[in-house]
Ligand binder design. Structure first.
Ligand SMILES: C[S@@+](CC[C@H](N)C(=O)[O-])C[C@H]1O[C@@H](n2cnc3c(N)ncnc32)[C@H](O)[C@@H]1O
Length: 192
């Protein structure tokens, strides 16, 4: 059996997943936008499985990578995209199956904004954003997903780090001034 710890990725917010699973009642729906090979998504599925509560867990990813990003223009997902002939969708799906969560997690292979359109407004309990990290992309993600979060729900994201990801910080501060730092390097907005 594969474990989420064996999957490559940058995941650091296990405590946030544990808080969400403890906080929300069974029947809630969680969406993670930006899954890469499933490290964070399989961890979330494991936390859910251990909770004894039933949640709907949805992953959204183009499976085409984010392309060159950050101050050094690193194409962190490029190898996986090339290895899969232009998509790592098969590897993401296989990792979910190998970790035992093939029947527990739904994957939407597509763009964040298009995927948001699949959900009714105010229908989601927790949406976590970890897709592209430039200002315009984070603005687009927040704009697309914020209306989907129900009253009392959470919208959050990764890499609230001014030095490394100024676009993330600027987009969150501009669109969600009520958002707060969360976990180690996350941000979270609560739809009060
Ligand atoms: C930083 S990685 C996600 C890492 C993952 N959450 C983890 O911790 O293991 C970002 C992912 O966002 C995806 N992505 C980039 N732009 C996207 C978009 N517009 N819609 C959906 N996914 C996107 C990329 O394909 C990539 O897999």
């Amino acid at each position: 059996m594969r474990r989420w710890q064996d999957i490559p990725g940058w995941f650091t917010w296990r405590d946030a997943q544990e808080e969400a699973v403890a906080h929300f009642p069974g029947g809630s729906t969680f969406v993670e936008v930006g899954n890469y090979l499933g490290r964070s998504l399989c961890s979330l599925a494991e936390v859910v499985a251990g909770s004894g509560k039933a949640f709907t867990v949805v992953g959204v990813d183009t499976c085409r990578g984010s392309g060159p990003e950050g101050v050094r223009g690193v194409n962190a997902h490029g190898h996986a995209v090339s290895a899969g002939g232009g998509t790592f969708a098969g590897l993401l799906h296989r990792n979910l199956i190998d970790c035992g969560f093939g029947d527990d997690v739904l994957i939407v292979v597509g763009d964040s904004g298009s995927a948001a359109g699949l959900f009714a407004d105010a229908s989601l309990d927790w949406v976590h954003i970890d897709a592209r990290h430039d200002y315009d992309s984070v603005v687009a993600d927040i704009t697309a997903w914020r209306p989907k979060v129900r009253p009392g729900g959470w919208l959050s994201g990764d890499d609230y780090i001014p030095e490394a990801w100024p676009g993330v910080v600027a987009a969150v501060d501009d669109l969600l001034p009520e958002a707060r730092r969360w976990s180690a390097i996350q941000w979270r907005w609560v739809n009060d």
